[in-house]
Design a protein around this ligand. Sequence first.
Ligand SMILES: Cc1cc2nc3c(=O)[nH]c(=O)nc-3n(C[C@H](O)[C@H](O)[C@H](O)COP(=O)(O)OP(=O)(O)OC[C@H]3O[C@@H](n4cnc5c(N)ncnc54)[C@H](O)[C@@H]3O)c2cc1C
Length: 517
Amino acid sequence: MLLTESGLNVLVLDASWPRSLRDNRLRRLPGNLVRRLGAPDRSRPLPIPAAYVPKTRDALRMLGLWRQPIQSRCYAWQFAPDVFVDDHDCPYVTPPDRPFVWIRARIIGGRLAVPGHGRQYYRLGPDDLHPKDRLSPSWPLRPNELDPWYSLVEGRLGLSGMTDQIPFLPDSELSQHLTFTKAETALRNKIVARWPGARPILSRYAPPLETLEAAARTGRLRCRQGAIVRGIHVNGSGHVCGVSWIDHRTQTKQRSAAPLVFLCASALESTRILMLSRSPRTPEGLGASSGVLGRYLMDHIMVGMEGAGRHRVLRTAPDDGRCFYLPRFDARTLAAPNPAPGYNLQLYQFPAGWGETYFVAFAFAEMLPRPENRVTIDPHRRDAWGIPVLHIDCGFSEAETHRAREQAHALRELAEVADVAITRIDEVPRPPGSAIHECGTARMGNDPGDSVLDPYNQCWDARGLYVTDAASFPSQGSQNPTLTILALTARACHHALRDMNVEPVFAKADHGFPLQV
Ligand SMILES: Cc1cc2nc3c(=O)[nH]c(=O)nc-3n(C[C@H](O)[C@H](O)[C@H](O)COP(=O)(O)OP(=O)(O)OC[C@H]3O[C@@H](n4cnc5c(N)ncnc54)[C@H](O)[C@@H]3O)c2cc1C
């Protein structure tokens, strides 16, 4: 969107493809059944008693094991199973004792366009970008450097939320200012009375972002679906010159030339493409010269809980994305969070058919970047298009597993305060990947010796190649990652345009955005 608005002609190559009607109906059947019979729908009351919700849903989800044993683990799979990949066509390999849940959607607009998306957007704070835990590297950014870019994308998103003035969770530019309802105020008061250090706030959320539609309106966008990118090409002077891809329909190899390439196929898929981009100059793949490509994989340590409220709190379903957000809930008894990694809680409420309220809560904790958590190209296995697949080797440390027990304990305490009868709680963390906040494996940095990307997300090994997804994250904080992905992308667009001597028009168009950055 930002590149087309500034006058560039852009070709989007996207692996998604529209399926035939018959195929769609068949693939939608399991999800439809789960949605109708076993889930607290946002708009419809539940047809079955609360105690049976998790078991009914799990039984029906077994239908998904047919083609999507991994994807059907995602809570949103039931809303549109056909936008998630077919696990048989798109396999990956893990060690038997280290499972990884890689949730992938091949759909125009990416996972943001998946029905049921959480829509949660939070900035990283100063301590997230420059961790003081002595275990995570600093991001190659000056203090507050990302602020204008956060503001730019927040304006485009049209964010709803409140001004919260929490030192470790910077406020956002809001388009809609929310206030607590009576019921939310009551729950908030109970939480604050129990824990002086808890800071329950309303979530910051936004409707789907229609960037490609906006780009199309400029007349400078071409979008090619069913284009499965498998490699990036670099010329003799180390500048990107195009990509190769496979046409899903004809299974033929294709090549597109371009002086500027943005790779944003999601963290692990982008790293896979970099690794497959081998040449005599880069025999291990693009960006591999530092030895860190594929390493430092992270995902939030996720623990979930659900249950039925004993009293009716809600009569109508809240907006999609509206929930309680409890930042750094690990510090609920302290005056301020300590520098060690922590966790936040998200608490959603839905009206339920039996006249009560159904609660779903997640605790997301920061995972540390460790070199042994890594992806490599599997030497044997290939996907349905003959492209080598990833071997993903990732696990939580003992300290992280211990923290997950604390997260479960915190969820139990919250259920007690909210007067919720728990119908399910995770006793152990879900496998890495389950939070769908995977990041790292092509990190950015100041030194080409220990990073894959420069401070503007540009590949040290290929000028003009920008990798603008969460692969670039050196660490992750405990906030959901997408707002930061968007801010980094906007900043990288600005840098690429200036590099090509093209004036970035979006900087002028966005109200309040500083022109000199
Ligand atoms: C149900 C759900 C809820 C979520 N809720 C939140 C939330 O509330 N807040 C939050 O911050 N994050 C959330 N996330 C995570 C968030 O969606 C991701 O962080 C974000 O979408 C990542 O963006 P991306 O562009 O890197 O990757 P994706 O969104 O995965 O987009 C990748 C794109 O690349 C295409 N592609 C993939 N491989 C290839 C290839 N080889 N060739 C060509 N094209 C390819 C895909 O078709 C897709 O269009 C959620 C995810 C899911 C699934």
